[in-house]
Design a protein around this ligand. Structure first.
Ligand SMILES: Cc1cc2nc3c(=O)[nH]c(=O)nc-3n(C[C@H](O)[C@H](O)[C@H](O)COP(=O)(O)OP(=O)(O)OC[C@H]3O[C@@H](n4cnc5c(N)ncnc54)[C@H](O)[C@@H]3O)c2cc1C
Length: 497
């Protein structure tokens, strides 16, 4: 019997997790990646005994990862050790106050009552209840299935989502319940998990508070990059060839199918061609031939946020900080106005500090810490040019700013390295340096996110954080499952996990 061949374009989390799952079903799979290493935005940087994850730092919904291993008939515990972290995130304000989001629900409750009062806690619980209801509908009807508009405009689809599919913004939904500006800010931040603004993203994203506070925050022993290492080793074990340094540039199609793919590399002068495959799975949409812009069907959408990242080797231990920390600005609304309207960085910014050596001590030498600092940044549609000089200045602004929260850093930096929005574009071909593809800054944006099956070519599928169901580690795994289900069905194969 003929073995069907699948080409996967891109070896990010979406591409690799799809490649491995498809090979489990018996397909012959080959991967082409433009960079010389796998992982895409989830990568690793090591220096002088320090280790840093360069992209994702927090794992949520760990059961999705566990289920992925079950699909491969593995027990995850034989491969990865997931660590539940006692504090999901600690939040700081410039007036010297802070709030600790404990993983333990009772402790979280006490902390909310302590910092914001009993009344506010009762209202918080109401949000979580609403969020749970939405999550339960969305998980089955939206997150784990192929997105087809028809599923939502028929009667039963409408019944499921009627209450949630409204133009009301996430922020105005939250403020219907909460009155404390700090607790509002804590919940508002969740829309940045997919690079969007709380003031524009629809109420649909009220799904996130339940996900965050119910399933908690997790880390992987040895680093988030262990997930990618597992997938790379699986590719090796399953004879999935990964072609490094090969950038997809162009395609030929015939009869509604892609028939040839062209790649460039550093060796051949002209792009070379490959053919003889049945299916193409793409881990990106940022190529006009794979996904023309007109398919967004709308000129009124934003590309998601980008980020400015600082990796710091830091002397000494910061007792006041946890593994995940947020330093909030005074004026959150103004920050998003800068990010999405003015499209320039602001000095009154949110600063995220992740110190994985808190829960994974091997990530830094004894007596030191590995700081990963992420500052939301406008994507490259604006005028900012991230030259070395500009980045250096921005780095100094960030370090000065951190000290304003009573956190000592300037004299403790052993070394630093930065990664800018322009690096996101150069390294990963990320559209305008955006981290999550299009932002979910309107109700309509939920419907214009690229689907998992191409509408142009019968043998093209999309996987990863830029397509349905969305960005982040768990959703990338879900997209891999969705396309595997679709491809299995096409070839009459059984895929039920
Ligand atoms: C700074 C940062 C922090 C984050 N924090 C979290 C977090 O805490 N928790 C969480 O769950 N998620 C987080 N995320 C999101 C998560 O990391 C991403 O959603 C996920 O890694 C996206 O994976 P992907 O496979 O879709 O895309 P990518 O990682 O972008 O992979 C696409 C791959 O395709 C390759 N490629 C592109 N163009 C071509 C071409 N023409 N030819 C060949 N190859 C090509 C790229 O090089 C890349 O390897 C974060 C992301 C970033 C950047």
């Amino acid at each position: 019997m003929k073995e069907n061949k699948i080409i996967v374009l891109g070896a990010g989390l979406g591409g690799l997790s799809s490649a491995v799952l498809l090979s489990e079903l018996g397909f012959k799979v080959e991967v082409f990646e433009k960079n010389l290493q796998v992982g895409g935005k989830i990568n690793e940087f090591r220096k002088n005994g320090f280790r840093f994850d360069t992209g994702a730092t927090l794992l949520t919904m760990p059961f999705i990862l566990e289920n992925y291993f079950e699909c491969l008939k593995y027990d995850i515990r034989d491969y990865l050790q997931l660590i539940s972290i006692p504090v999901i995130c600690k939040y700081f304000w410039l007036d010297g106050t802070n709030f600790t989001a404990f993983n333990d629900k009772k402790m979280l409750g006490y902390e909310i009552i302590n910092k914001f009062g009993e009344k506010e806690y009762q209202k918080f619980l109401k949000i979580i209840k609403y969020s749970e209801k939405l999550y339960k509908t969305a998980f089955e009807k939206f997150l784990t299935t192929e997105f087809k508009i028809i599923n939502y405009i028929n009667l039963s689809g409408l019944k499921n989502f009627k209450r949630f599919l409204t133009n009301e913004s996430y922020h105005s939904f939250i403020t219907k319940y909460l009155t404390n500006p700090k607790l509002i800010q804590v919940l508002d931040r969740f829309t940045t998990y997919n690079g969007s603004s709380p003031y524009l993203a629809p109420r649909f994203f009220s799904i996130i508070p339940y996900v965050e506070f119910n399933f908690g925050g997790w880390f992987v022993k040895g680093g988030i990059y262990k997930i990618i290492e597992f997938l790379r080793k699986e590719c090796e074990k399953r004879n999935i060839k990964i072609n490094y340094g090969q950038e997809f540039v162009h395609l030929d199609h015939y009869g509604g199918k892609i028939v040839n793919l062209y790649f460039k590399n550093n060796i051949s002068k002209e792009p070379y061609r490959i053919s003889g495959f049945d299916i193409v799975v793409s881990n990106f949409t940022n190529n006009e031939e794979l996904y023309p812009k007109y398919l967004y069907e709308d000129t009124d959408f934003n590309w998601s946020l980008s980020g400015f990242i600082l990796f710091l080797g830091v002397k000494g231990k910061s007792e006041i900080l946890e593994h995940h920390n947020i330093l909030f600005p005074n004026d959150y609304h103004k920050e998003f106005d800068y990010l999405f309207n003015k499209k320039i960085p602001t000095n009154d910014m949110t600063i995220y500090i992740s110190i994985s050596s808190k829960n994974n001590p091997e990530d830094a030498p004894e007596g030191y810490e590995n700081w990963f600092i992420l500052v939301n940044s406008p994507n490259l549609e604006g005028t900012t040019k991230w030259s070395d000089l500009y980045s250096e200045t921005f780095k100094n602004i960030i370090l000065n700013r951190i000290e304003k929260y009573g956190i000592k850093i300037k004299d403790r930096v052993l070394f630093y390295k930065f990664f800018t929005p322009e690096d996101f574009l150069k390294k990963y071909n990320a559209e305008f340096g955006s981290i999550y593809g299009i932002a979910s800054n309107s109700l309509k944006s939920l419907f214009i996110r690229p689907a998992n099956k191409s509408t142009l070519y019968d043998n093209l599928y999309f996987t990863g954080g830029n397509v349905h169901p969305g960005g982040g580690i768990p959703l990338c795994f879900l997209s891999a499952k969705i396309i595997t289900k679709l491809i299995a069905k096409k070839y009459g194969k059984n895929f039920s996990c």
